[in-house]
Write a protein that binds this ligand. Structure first.
Ligand SMILES: Nc1nc2c([nH]c(=O)n2[C@H]2C[C@H](O)[C@@H](COP(=O)(O)OP(=O)(O)OP(=O)(O)O)O2)c(=O)[nH]1
Ligand SMILES: [Mg+2]
Length: 310
């Protein structure tokens, strides 16, 4: 397999929360498609300097390291070359962005991103931009207690809910899913269950256990928009990538009360696995909202947790 070409790229936001896209020239590799501005890291250059240089060369804007936050690293093998897209979120910049190389630019709302055609390697980047950074997973409760849990979880900073209620019957789970979907008012609600039931009930976000992930052969078997999976080791992560899921949770990062007998992987191993994976990776197991910044700095998407939202 050819050597990975290290590419620094930026998801640049303006004060209105719009994202800057540039159109690649037809003559370039992956030409005619929209991209996140950036380019190749030169030999001897660090990725932050490369990003600042590329954004100056391509857009005429100035950034510094304090205004960039890691978004995702995506290794990707095209038939003709292999790239490592090292993508940062840029929330502050100096200057007025314009296409210095004549390339058309567009400021785009996140909700309009699906209307743009990107290189194949960009799918996880778009997913990382659309997915939340904090998911509250429901503990085992009586059916009438879930609504209060969801209410509290949003107050405590969760941006999405994963309904995991294996102690209830499937009709009860589905009834709860519908009730909580109404309560979430457009925020993401993920159902932890099987592909068949999710398809039958037109569930738009499904999370698979690692056992269900290993049994799934094709992403297309699930009809909804978001597909996630629980992973605990490299074999499961590779499987999730092959199947083409949209995100994974990786656990346990730290000792957790729900599985006290399992040895946690620790932050260094979490970071290594998250960076090697092409997918958005949530830290799970003994983590809380206080770990959000370190998770993102470690190359993760965010946190998924039960206890800290109870
Ligand atoms: N900048 C950027 N490159 C991307 C994206 N997605 C994707 O697959 N790529 C690929 C295309 C290229 O093979 C490589 C980046 O190369 P580039 O053409 O931007 O590099 P550069 O700015 O240094 O340009 P050049 O001087 O080599 O022409 O990464 C993306 O969103 N942004
Ligand atoms: Mg470029």
């Amino acid at each position: 397999m050819s050597k990975l070409i290290h590419v620094a790229a930026a998801a640049i936001f303006n004060d209105s929360g719009e994202l800057l896209l540039a159109l690649r020239d037809k003559a370039q590799h992956q030409g005619g498609l929209w991209e996140f501005p950036g380019g190749k890291v030169e030999s001897g250059e660090d990725v932050h300097s490369a990003l600042a240089r590329e954004l100056q060369e391509e857009l005429g804007i100035e950034i510094d390291q304090s205004s960039t936050v890691p978004l995702i690293q995506v290794p990707y093998h095209y038939p003709d070359k292999s790239v490592l897209l090292d993508v940062f979120r840029v929330n502050r910049f100096i200057g007025q962005a314009y296409g210095r190389e004549g390339q058309p630019l567009d400021w785009v709302k996140l909700s309009d991103l699906s209307g743009y055609q990107f290189p194949a390697a960009n799918r996880p980047i778009v997913n990382a931009l659309l997915l939340p950074s904090a998911i509250a997973i429901t503990p085992q409760l009586q059916p009438e207690q879930y609504s209060e849990f969801v209410h509290q979880a949003f107050l405590k900073g969760a941006q999405a809910i994963m309904l995991r209620a294996k102690h209830l019957s499937e009709p009860e789970q589905f009834h709860l899913y519908q009730q909580l979907s109404a309560q979430c008012q457009g925020r993401l609600i993920i159902w932890n269950g099987s592909v068949d039931i999710a398809n039958g009930a037109a569930v738009s976000a499904l999370h698979l256990s690692s056992a269900r992930l290993m049994q799934l052969n094709h992403r297309e078997a699930y009809c909804g928009r978001w597909l996630g999976a629980s992973c605990h080791n490299e074999e499961q992560i590779r499987r999730a990538e092959q199947v083409g899921v949209d995100y994974i949770t990786l656990s346990p990062v730290q000792t957790t009360s729900s599985h006290p007998e399992v040895t946690p992987m620790g932050w260094a191993e979490y970071s290594r696995l998250a960076n090697e994976s092409s997918l958005p990776v949530y830290a799970l197991g003994g983590v809380s909202m206080e770990d959000l910044d370190r998770t993102i700095q470690a190359g993760g998407q965010g946190i998924a947790a039960i206890s800290c939202f109870c």
